[in-house]
Design a protein around this ligand. Sequence first.
Ligand SMILES: *Cc1c(COP(=O)(O)O)cnc(C)c1O
Length: 442
Amino acid sequence: MSDDPRRRVPRTDAVLADPQVADALARHDRATVKATVTAAQQQAREGTISPDEVVAATLAALPTRASSLTPVLNATGVVVHTNLGRAPLSPNAIQAVTDAAGYVDVEMDLTSGVRSRRGAATLDALRAAVPEAGDALVVNNGAAALVLATTALAAGREVIVSRGEMVEIGDGFRLPDLIASTGARLREVGTTNRTHLRDYAEAVTDETGCILKVHPSNFWLGGFTSDVSLTQLRKAGLRVPVVMDLGSGLLAADRALPDEPDAASALRDGADLVTASGDKLLGGPQAGIVLGDADLIHRLRRHPLARAVRVDKLTLAALEATLAGPGTPVTDALHARADDLLPRTRRLAETLGREVVAVDGRVGGGGGPGVPLPGWAVEIPVATVPRLRRPEGEGVAVVARVDDGRGLVDLRCVPPASDDDLARALRAALAAPTAADTKPDA
Ligand SMILES: *Cc1c(COP(=O)(O)O)cnc(C)c1O
């Protein structure tokens, strides 16, 4: 009688009949599951695993999520982290996305059964949030809002921009190139550090499509500088539309960010249109928001390009829910006080036998360059940081920060409900031997 383990490798239909594998069949394509079973059987035949482990190996090899995007805990202290998907959605917004995922009445009035205005409730919510705006429009992202505004108002004509506001938004994308792509001509005025009202006044001609003001959200200028405010432009009565690119997406002033412009103030001060992102300080989904003069918004909405940058139903749903409140994870993280972060940070440090250090969090790609957000972090070895990102086994992925030769775990952007998961992940990563540990102590 032979006890060759290769003979005991379970048959495919037996593996597929296992309750957990059957469960996985509901979530994965049948061919994927079968190929995974075949691979596990092969391992058993080769003796790398025992025949009893075929089911477990199949389950372990199947992707645990339907998409390859891996959820992470953001322990960087950077609130709007572009590489980590910017704003995490609020529970309400997540629910709204789920509700909107199937067939929904995004463009139908269920009472009459006829077509209705797409996303009307979201636009109403924006107008309610910014009463200074005559109308609102939502497009795919902030850059699309800016391109649509300059195209609709100035294609074939001139857009006047101060040289102090010629920004690169990130990843090599530059404002002058974006504007050039619309077929509008850029008319630069002033100098890098100083632009005066007369610079604008002298540049306005019959060829002017609009004046564009851009909030330099990722840098700040100091020293011998001057720029022209919206109020000054309004008082000058230049008779051309003024578009303000806010970037950050603050709808109303926020005391935590005194220098950050907001949509309501910009419209009050004289901007005819403002454009902003949905997934920065607003804390919602990726979107571009345009607010302001109803006639100008009408021109944007009717422009053919508007159809190409149209926003989907999931975004409309998430944005409406974000605006309905209460609060967002971004506002919570932004306003988290050092005093409130300290007890959580101490608890984590004590369970790990580590030190608490004072650190400054950052607003991030969303704005407030140079605005420190005072808080605390647990200091860890730099060598542990990559291990936290790629945990072994079930643990959650954690992105910590490296600063000045130290690994830092900042709880500002970690939901308190995830503190235990974070502690487990840190314990596992700290316990694993690192190259540094094997070196003799200096
Ligand atoms: C972020 C930003 C943009 C681009 O917005 P996206 O939503 O990323 O497309 C444009 N202008 C300014 C000033 C910004 O800060």
